[in-house]
Ligand binder design. Structure first.
Ligand SMILES: NC(=O)c1ccc[n+]([C@@H]2O[C@H](COP(=O)([O-])OP(=O)(O)OC[C@H]3O[C@@H](n4cnc5c(N)ncnc54)[C@H](OP(=O)(O)O)[C@@H]3O)[C@@H](O)[C@H]2O)c1
Length: 308
């Protein structure tokens, strides 16, 4: 089969052996996949030749041998390594069914970005009436986080890098959209996706008792901490890491349900053949995309015509 593999120069199309599913894994014919910031940015650190990607949507062509999970023919969205391939094996705990009528290409955008947004909004604790700042809000995780935080009752402040990057964020639920962090008043919680000086500034904006989740480092810049940076009077502030993608199935099901119900929307910023991954990656890392990438592996097979 064909797959996008990791090389020192970036993702490359190659012929590889078909995956061999473990007893608890389903074999999925992948129709659409999504590419995330971390995958395209850090390709060179992956083992050379490994099949890339984590986000896939397609159709089950082999049910798990242990009888778990959906039967052959079920449309699914899945999270797991090796997603950028014509066929991929996913543990059944990493799948969710995509109901008929729901757009499979849109579902492909949900796994990494949606799970990250969902789990970090949850980890921020009760948000009703609390001020939540989201940095890098114009990106894939940011778009989902703005919607989910608003839904959780937060007063959402979305920070972007330039005025043109703010488009649509108010409609998605941001109460304020700010360029950079100047003028932002203290907040109760932060979802921080940019790193470097943003991380330092966000910590300074955190009220006593608040929590900052350091999710990403899109800027690639170092964070320089002044002596005494962490000190504050009153209830302790906390800094959290994030990397929890365990047992994604139930949360994927929740995200698919919200997509189908129209209470969560995905912004597809780039869509095209997976053979054009280099172009999509350049646009994402060059901050020319605002939202998610959808790669068509098998275009138009289920009536979801690609917009090329
Ligand atoms: N911990 C985890 O498990 C986890 C999971 C998912 C993602 N992440 C990380 O979270 C970050 C965001 O992910 P994403 O998928 O939302 O990425 P994305 O779609 O590329 O969005 C990142 C946003 O960061 C902003 N940014 C600020 N400075 C930047 C710079 N120098 N270069 C590029 N972007 C810059 C950009 O917004 P403006 O142009 O408006 O400034 C961009 O829209 C990435 O670092 C990713 O690796 C971590």
């Amino acid at each position: 089969m064909r797959a996008l593999i990791a090389t020192a120069e970036g993702p490359r199309m190659s012929a590889v052996a078909d995956p061999v599913p473990g007893p608890d894994a389903a074999l999925v014919e992948v129709r659409h996949a999504s590419a995330n910031h971390g995958e395209v940015r850090h390709t060179a650190v992956l083992p050379a030749g490994s099949v890339m990607g984590y986000d896939a949507a397609g159709v089950v062509v082999g049910q798990a041998a242990d009888g778990s999970g959906p039967p052959v023919g079920t449309r699914v969205v899945a999270f797991g390594m090796g997603a950028w391939a014509e066929r991929a094996a996913f543990p059944t705990g990493s799948l969710a069914a995509v109901p008929p009528g729901a757009d499979l290409a849109e579902a492909a955008t949900l796994p990494l970005a949606g799970l990250t947004a969902l789990r970090t909004v949850r980890a921020a604790g009760p948000l009703l009436g609390r001020r939540l700042l989201i940095t890098g809000a114009s990106g894939g995780v940011g778009h989902f986080a703005v919607q989910l935080a608003r839904r959780a009752g937060a007063y959402v402040i979305a920070s972007v890098g330039a005025p043109g990057r703010a488009e649509g964020l108010r409609e998605l639920g941001a109460d304020e959209v700010v360029v950079g962090l100047d003028g932002v008043r203290p907040v109760d919680a932060v979802l921080e996706l940019v790193g470097g000086p943003h991380l330092v500034r966000c910590w300074e904006l955190l009220r006593p008792g608040g929590g900052l989740q350091s999710i990403g480092w899109a800027s690639g810049e170092p964070a320089v901490l002044s002596p005494g940076w962490s000190f504050s009077l009153g209830p302790a502030r906390s800094l959290h890491s994030f990397g929890n993608v365990s047992t994604p199935g139930p949360d994927l099901e929740l995200l698919v349900g919200m997509l189908v119900a129209g209470t969560l929307s995905t912004r597809v910023a780039w869509r095209g053949s997976w053979e054009r991954i280099g172009e999509a990656a350049d646009a994402l890392l060059g901050r020319r995309l605002s939202g998610k990438i959808v790669m068509d592996i098998v275009p138009d097979v289920d009536g979801d015509a690609p917009s090329r």
